[in-house]
Design a protein around this ligand. Structure first.
Ligand SMILES: [Zn+2]
Ligand SMILES: [Zn+2]
Length: 220
């Protein structure tokens, strides 16, 4: 496979590497001036208005960076150009964020793909990310969510449509796997937060103690 499709840096095209060091260095963390719950930029790092109003299921969302530049290119290639090895550098970005702002959770739960999309892609990008994170951080990965219906690709919908699109799209396959535990739901990217919120709803209904969202990139 490497001869047919030699890996190239998603940023600059350099051969033999998924993301080169120079391109990786352009990925900037969201910084302290952002909402501690959702990552949205706020003055002085206070909780944003949306989070103050929201009574959601998520305790908050941690994101390594904004969804632009090299991170956006890497995530796109990771999902749509069959580059599963990008899980490693992308997970490393998340580990760095969790070292900056530690999160105390018991298990990592990847956002599941519908089985039809899983068959098309050959892997669930969120599972690959969660496994790399789990190995590095020493946290167990539990694939306890399933997608109960196929949803339209979020990127093709307006924000209002997106929320309805993912509502009640997930369920926990076995409550005993999450009861009383602090859970982090892992995904590659967060756009409106609706997917993470619906996963958190399913996990809370199954009895988890708390649910955080952990993503590589946040669409701001
Ligand atoms: Zn590069
Ligand atoms: Zn917020």
């Amino acid at each position: 496979m490497d001869i047919l499709f030699p890996s190239r840096c998603v940023g600059c095209g350099r051969r033999g590497i998924d993301i080169c060091e120079l391109c990786l260095a352009t990925v900037q963390p969201l910084g302290p001036a952002s909402c501690p719950r959702c990552g949205h930029p706020t003055r002085l790092g206070s909780v944003c208005q949306a989070c103050l109003r929201r009574e959601g299921y998520l305790s908050g969302i941690r994101s390594a960076c904004a969804y632009d530049g090299v991170a956006r290119k890497a995530i796109h290639a990771f999902k749509y150009r069959h580059r599963p090895t990008l899980a490693e550098p992308l997970a490393t970005m998340v580990v760095l964020e969790l070292q900056r702002r530690p999160l105390h959770v018991d298990i990592l739960v990847p956002v599941p793909l519908h089985h039809r999309r899983l068959a098309e892609r050959g892997y669930n990008q969120s599972t690959l990310l969660a496994k790399r994170l789990g190995e590095t951080l020493g946290i167990t990965v539990v694939e306890c969510l399933e997608r109960t219906r196929m949803t339209v690709a979020q990127a093709r919908l307006k924000a209002t449509q997106r929320r309805g699109n993912v509502r009640d799209a997930f369920r926990c396959i076995d409550n005993a796997l999450v009861e009383g535990l602090r859970v982090a739901v892992v995904d590659d990217v967060c756009t409106t937060g609706a997917t993470l919120e619906d996963c958190a709803r399913a996990l809370k209904e199954a009895g988890c103690a708390s649910a955080w969202g952990v993503v590589v990139a946040r669409d701001l």
